[in-house]
Design a protein around this ligand. Sequence first.
Ligand code: DX5
Ligand code: ZN
Length: 215
Amino acid sequence: MVKVAPSVLSADFGKLNQDIQMLNSSEADYIHLDVMDGVFVPNISFGFPVIKSIAKVAQKPLDVHLMIVDPQRYVSQVRDCGAEIMNVHVEACTHLHRVVQQIKSAGMKAAVTLNPATPVIMLEDIINDIDMVLLMSVNPGFGGQSFIPGTIKKLKQTRSLIEQSGSNAVIEIDGGVNMKTGAELAANGADILVAGSFVFSSKNPEATIAELRRL
Ligand code: DX5
Ligand code: ZN
């Protein structure tokens, strides 16, 4: 069964507490938090004070996706927010191996994220050090974009890399996930699906999360 990580980016920030409570009572496996700095991506979302407030009410593990330059500057702050997983982009880290070790030394799971145009081969020398690969299936920065079909090929390549290397990493996919793209992703070996607009624009978000988990 595929796991689901609803993205709070598409929640209503005016009633964030209610939306987090909804996720708590849903079958969501993680709560996905998108941090954007307006430099790495052309948008600004929210930062550590908001994550800390979410962490106080969240009863699901926090999956923090940092769309920011030089994320190694914030390893201890992400840990202090109570994150279980810290996602950093390959494109944002000059010394990726060092960042991954810092994340794990801080007691978190280390996830490495690839933009749609970054090839899977970039993971070859880090795959045995990481807990998760996050493949972006849209260009990061906004919710509600359309799924990029080439992600399926990258998912298959990532699955083979994991098998060949003996890595224990799981594969998460982020962007444009709905029932149709989710089914294709689940069939091709995705472990975790991030879903923002599809969950929060649904009439019944809890039921939508449950349906995604059954793909
Ligand atoms: C995009 C973010 C995603 C976003 C996904 O930059 O990383 O997590 O919330 O949104 P949807 O599911 O609407 O594509
Ligand atoms: Zn994300």
